[in-house]
Design a protein around this ligand. Structure first.
Ligand SMILES: Cc1cc2nc3c(=O)[nH]c(=O)nc-3n(C[C@H](O)[C@H](O)[C@H](O)COP(=O)(O)OP(=O)(O)OC[C@H]3O[C@@H](n4cnc5c(N)ncnc54)[C@H](O)[C@@H]3O)c2cc1C
Length: 472
């Protein structure tokens, strides 16, 4: 049984951990990742930018749902190694730098590798997977450097792709050196002048983290943040307790409005009994996939158009320290958050002249900045992803985008669905590509459930195949 996992971020690495802990002799696991530093960290936990905290406290970042304090316990043991990055003694309510979480992920993989059963082999492949095609009952995975691998099962753990460019008329701006396409790379802030004004497009957690990084590297210039609604993530409250006994009525499963009404009423009820809106949203989290799948397509579209911006800022919260920093910068005028659309952008001198239209206004206005950084969130429309593997999978019909272009179409268990609408036996995905099916599928809590379930499924399927082979 050979399993090829493509992508070694949290999703791929955690699937490998469960496979190594539980697979029987005769199993080979390939973990394929071209970027040495991203190996076992992925995009989120390999950040080279200063001040990039996890967006939930240490107590909520265990890799294992049945050992909720595993990360915190690991952290307590090794905190002395991170004295320059975290304050000691470390608390379970602390928001730890994301790279430290990356070290934890890597450490748990090394342990799983060391403890794997005899006859289980684990191979890290430092190449980019360029194509996956059917080969007999399995797959051929072709990688950069002309490396070809054969596998019985394939796991697509390719994660988050950089944000989509905005649909502005002047598309040639995207080639300009003052445009930063990936907000997660340290390159974007390299060589930045302390007084240089900046435009960050998008006001989600990525923007929040970037403002923190700018402060940490002594940036003093004006920072404009432009997003359609101008909404900022709500601050995290570590004292939140999820509401018990949330009874979801049938109306919540039928329409976006029914769902909204139910959440509002629950919040009222919760507040009357000493809970908060956060308690309601946290209690709802495990029900999101079922609620999402039950909404008719038309209602999903209504949700995405009208409810999503509000859902996102309440569901994906920022650490309280980040909220305080943003508030202070807004007060002293260094940070300005504008609800507006970017109409067009042109290069001007070494920087850019940006035309925006404020929400509910007809007239446009212009702002001049040194750099424009795209913080609009990962590209989810796979038809627009330029990675060779994604293009090949779609072109060969081995995968198709989900109907809302939030990710890839999958079965409930995460199997890819091909262009003909049939599930692809032996080819799975997890994490961000499953957003179309589950809606919430990007954070650790969701990924850890998916990775464990997938690893056990692969092991079960492997055993069944072996038994059939032995009988015949
Ligand atoms: C900046 C940022 C911060 C975040 N912070 C948090 C947080 O604090 N808490 C939380 O719960 N969630 C957080 N998230 C959510 C995040 O989506 C998940 O936590 C998780 O990191 C996703 O992991 P992944 O492995 O699916 O994707 P990724 O981390 O994107 O990893 C995918 C990997 O696949 C590799 N890859 C892609 N294509 C190929 C190919 N063709 N061949 C080989 N390899 C390939 C990429 O190089 C990459 O390393 C954050 C996300 C981002 C972007």
């Amino acid at each position: 049984m050979t399993i090829a996992i493509i992508g070694a971020g949290l999703s791929g690495t955690l699937t490998a951990i469960h496979l190594l802990k539980n697979a029987a002799s005769g199993t080979t696991v390939y973990l394929i990742e071209p970027d040495r530093y991203r190996m076992n960290r992925g995009v989120a936990y390999s950040s080279q930018l200063p001040f990039q905290p996890l967006n939930v406290p240490a107590s909520a970042m265990s890799l294992f749902a049945d050992e909720p304090l595993d990360f915190f316990n690991w952290l307590e043991k090794y905190a002395h190694l991170y004295q320059r990055q975290i304050s000691l003694p470390v608390q379970s309510t602390d928001f730890i730098p994301r790279t430290v979480f990356g070290d934890y992920l890597k450490a748990r993989l090394l342990e799983a590798e060391a403890g794997a059963a005899k006859g289980v082999s684990f191979v890290r492949v430092y190449e980019e997977a360029l194509s996956v095609s059917r080969q007999g009952r399995g797959f051929a995975v072709s990688c950069s450097n002309q490396l070809n691998l054969s596998a019985n099962k394939v796991v697509l753990a390719v994660g988050n792709f950089p944000p989509a460019p905005l649909p502005i008329p002047n598309q040639s701006f995207y080639k300009s050196p003052c445009y930063v396409a990936s907000p997660w790379s340290a390159k974007g802030l390299r060589g930045l002048q302390a007084q240089e004004p900046l435009l960050l497009i998008g006001s989600s957690l990525t923007m929040v983290d970037l403002v923190g990084s700018l402060q940490a590297q002594g940036h003093k210039g004006k920072v404009y943040v432009v997003s359609r609604h101008g909404l900022l993530p709500q601050p995290f409250d570590v004292s939140t307790r999820p509401c018990p006994n949330l009874a979801i009525p049938a109306a919540a499963y039928l329409s976006a409005l029914g769902l909204l009404r139910f959440v509002r009423e629950e919040i009222k009820r919760a507040e009357a009994t000493g809970y908060t809106w956060r308690s309601v949203l946290d209690a709802l989290r495990d029900d999101v996939p079922v609620l999402w799948q039950s909404l008719p397509l038309k209602e999903k579209k209504i949700f995405l158009r009208h409810v999503r911006p509000y859902w996102e800022v309440h569901r994906h919260r920022m650490p309280a320290a980040s909220a305080a920093l943003l508030q202070e910068l807004q007060k002293n005028g260094q940070l300005e958050v504008i609800a507006a659309a970017v109409v067009d952008v042109h290069e001007k001198g070494n920087g850019a002249r940006v035309t925006i239209r404020r929400r509910h206004h007809k007239a446009t206005e212009e702002i001049e900045v040194g750099r424009v950084i795209n913080c609009t969130g990962p590209q989810c429309d796979y038809t627009q992803v330029i990675a060779p593997l994604v293009q090949q999978l779609l072109a060969d019909g081995l995968a198709q985008p989900d109907v809302l272009y939030l990710g890839l179409k999958t079965t409930p268990s995460g199997k890819l669905v091909d262009a003909a609408g049939k599930s692809v036996r032996g080819a799975f995905t997890l994490g961000p590509p499953r957003k179309g099916m589950l809606y919430e599928s990007t954070a650790l809590r969701e990924i850890r459930q998916q990775a464990k379930a997938l690893a056990f499924r692969l092991i079960r399927e492997g055993k069944a195949t072996l038994e059939i082979a032995e009988k015949s």
